[in-house]
Design a protein around this ligand. Sequence first.
Ligand SMILES: Nc1nc2c(c(=O)[nH]1)N[C@H]1C(S)=C(S)[C@@H](COP(=O)(O)O)O[C@H]1N2
Ligand SMILES: [Mo]
Length: 419
Amino acid sequence: MPPRPSHLYQAEAPYDRARLAQFLDGRARGAGIDRRTLLRLAAAATATAPLGALATAPAAAADPAPGIVKPLPADVFTVRGTNAETRFAALAGTGHLTPAGHFFVRNHTRTPRIDAATWQLTVHGDGLTGGPLRLGLDELRALPAVTRTAFLECAGNGRSHFATQQGQQVSGTAWTLGAIGQARWRGARLFDVLRRAGLRPDAVDVLPRGLDDEVVTDGVPLGRVRRPLPVAKALDDVILAYEMNGEPLPPDHGHPVRLLVPGWTGVSSIKWLGDIEVSTQPLCTPWNTDLYRLFGPGHPEEGSAPLTRQTLKSAFELDVDAPLPAGRITVLTGRSWSGAAPVRRVEVSTDGGHRWHRALLRDTPARNRWVRWSFPHLPRHRGPAELLARATDTTGRTQPPNTQGYLFDAVVRHRVQIV
Ligand SMILES: Nc1nc2c(c(=O)[nH]1)N[C@H]1C(S)=C(S)[C@@H](COP(=O)(O)O)O[C@H]1N2
Ligand SMILES: [Mo]
């Protein structure tokens, strides 16, 4: 069977849905998880929450080091288990690219220390014309280098607002809006690596896997973090990044090499890349069957449509309950982004959503990138107030005042104190 035309695979959701259906009726190869375990995990997910997100064991309460190597100053990060969320207030003035010292970290286990000098990538599988290909970092660097500026966002970003704002119970890391960062990534094209390895015309899936520890959830070993990509996406715009903002990739972000899959949910961008399997059969792993999929009332037993490209969001570069002086102009700043298309317009409301005003966009809108914006605000009355921001992208899609969905996209009511 020849690879299907590329446009069929540009969307993550239909691809994952097809794989799940094939997996459930035994036409796909599931690496590391069988159907019974899958359904057991699915049932567990149903019991706790409509979100099929991975709940990793939190780091021991007394452990000050959640397995992250870089410093996590409290004015920049909020530590959530093995993860660190960027505080949006700390992004004010940081520019279009997020400095590595401010970039959020999502670790299923802990950051491994990998020696770039001895690191090797192995490309293997029945989807290759020959045997395995092994590449060291120098060989990877010898391939043509490309640079892409793109945001990277966790599928669960904004999750806590389901509960705090919308009264919906969900499981998983309680991110506010800071599980996103944007960087200039530089590396080799996965296209070139696969061509070098010799791709068979009937290869369908590419499965990158990290070198970090195995993940165990509720006593079930899930193996190392890995999530298949359709060959067409792999050949399209995916890179094996070894630089972030002009520096070697830092340990927490995948040193020495990570995958960067523009526009797709963060989990696709496998860090600490160790091997890539290329397969002529559809592949399934917990990360495209059980995790990152929706379970619960109103969804089929095997789970709903999987999570798709990232949604629209907006965030103020302010802490919750930030003090703003009454009778003086404060220039409010923030950022908006959409996984679907460039952001076209951002509006701000300072009266709880009755009147909306255009914010000034400070970046040229572009695909897979956020825009910074600003809005001068003159608060008059002392006391608590709510600031709202909503974005519209070039497809015309806008942030709803409320949502039934799972990829959080509603307007957030950001409370401040007028003093
Ligand atoms: N090997 C490996 N890759 C991984 C992960 C991981 O835990 N291990 N986490 C994924 C998830 S869920 C996200 S959102 C992004 C986070 O990337 P960052 O930590 O560089 O911000 O990495 C993805 N790649
Ligand atoms: Mo994620």
